[in-house]
Design a protein around this ligand. Structure first.
Ligand code: 13P
Length: 250
């Protein structure tokens, strides 16, 4: 039994320009996908996407947020500012932030807490490196990442956000986790949530991310605990992203 409807999120990462975005948005609007969708462009294009998708029911998300409230933090963006600009979602703890901007589990937890405080829906990303997987530490690493967030944000407060399992070795590599590998981690994540709050665990959307393409989306999304995807490279091509959304709608 699952009451969870599928969600597909586009993480454009640091890609796009106004002209390409406009073409993407036109194509996207023309098709109106039948699953829930969140589009996460770079900060500077958020207003363009908010305007273009107004009235479509599509969620808009930022890719990062400050762990602090407004103040003298040059270059940062506060959660309240995103809300002020009609942005409803935010990705926190993406592996690229963890690896290249030194975001620890604690920083990620504080960002999730700030997002919730401001009324944003967080998409909390977790995932192991190849080395950690090969050492048999996948469950331990993912559990510790999630635990840090749960220390500050009770599972019930993470709703109606989502948790995205993104194995680092599958991101942008063309090497997807098998549906069984992904399901195994998703099941463990739901178990960890259920140990604290069974109701929130049953309702939480767990997204898979890492080289999701139109060709492999349906099989991944058919797994019991996979409730959609967080799509990087394939989300840059509107037709591919729409095909992935269609796979989620079945
Ligand atoms: P790819 O889909 O390009 O592998 O990226 C996944 C991802 O990091 C989404 O956040």
């Amino acid at each position: 039994m699952t009451a969870r409807s599928k969600l597909v999120a586009a993480n454009w990462k640091m890609n796009g320009n106004r002209a390409d975005n406009e073409r993407w948005l036109q194509q996207f609007r023309a098709q109106a996908p039948s699953c829930a969708v969140v589009v996460c462009p770079p900060y500077v294009y958020l207003s363009q996407v908010v305007q273009a998708l107004a009235g479509t029911g599509c969620g808009i998300g930022a890719q990062n947020v400050s762990e602090r409230p407004a103040g003298a933090w040059t270059g940062e963006v506060a959660a309240e500012m995103l809300v002020d600009c009609a942005v409803g979602w935010v990705i926190v703890g993406h592996s690229e932030r963890r690896a290249f901007y030194n975001e620890s589990n604690e920083v990620v937890a504080r960002k999730a807490a700030r997002a919730i405080e401001a009324g944003l829906r967080p998409i909390v990303c977790v995932g192991e490196t190849l080395q950690e997987r090969e050492q048999g530490r996948t469950q331990q690493v993912v559990a510790a990442q999630l635990e840090a967030v749960l220390q500050l944000c009770p599972a019930g407060q993470l709703l109606p956000g989502a948790i995205a399992y993104e194995p680092v070795w599958a991101i942008g590599t063309g090497r997807t986790a098998s549906p069984e590998q992904a399901q195994e981690v998703h099941r463990a994540i739901r178990g960890q949530l259920a140990a604290r709050d069974a109701e929130a665990a049953a309702a939480m959307r767990l997204l898979y991310g890492g080289s999701v393409k139109p060709a492999n989306a349906a099989e991944l999304f058919s797994q019991t605990d996979i409730d959609g995807g967080l799509i990087g490279g394939a989300s840059l091509v509107a037709a591919d992203f729409l095909a992935i959304c269609a796979a989620a709608a079945h």
